[in-house]
Design a protein around this ligand. Structure first.
Ligand SMILES: [Zn+2]
Length: 140
């Protein structure tokens, strides 16, 4: 019997899709566990442990190497409401003015937006701070 091993846990499904697409393009079969639960109750995602990405045990080592090589994984992206930011154009973490709207046109960021744009329609305004490197989004 084939053994599946959880190699990574994601808070949101779109993060898992990015890695999954990468692994499958390298010929590794992947399985997402708890995916539907998270999509329905995505605000409780942390409480139930998020989306688990699983691969067959013989592919674990290769999968981890591939994941390691994907540097552009959007890690923790904090979401603020417009009210919380108080209309200021500074970094909410270090208050630097050295920030930019992110519009990275590479496959890593485009694919998840295309696939799950309908799940996260409010998270379109993404920003990055060049001083502390944090990323955040602003809800309308
Ligand atoms: Zn900052």
């Amino acid at each position: 019997m084939e053994q599946l091993v959880t190699i990574k846990t994601f808070t949101y499904p779109h993060e898992a899709y990015v890695i999954r697409g990468k692994l499958e393009s390298e010929g590794i079969r992947t399985f997402l566990k708890d995916e539907m639960t998270v999509q329905v109750h995505n605000f409780y995602s942390n409480a139930i442990g998020g989306v688990k990405l699983q691969v067959p045990s013989e592919d674990v080592e290769r999968a981890l190497i591939i994941i390691d090589s994907v540097k552009e994984i959007p890690h923790e992206v904090v979401v603020f409401s417009k009210r919380e930011l108080d209309g200021t154009n500074t970094c909410p973490f270090c208050h630097s003015e050295n920030i930019s709207r992110t519009r990275k046109a590479n496959w890593l960021t485009l694919i998840p937006y295309l696939i799950v744009g309908f799940i996260f329609p409010v998270f379109k305004n993404s920003y990055i701070c060049f001083d502390c490197g944090k990323e955040w989004r602003v809800k309308k």
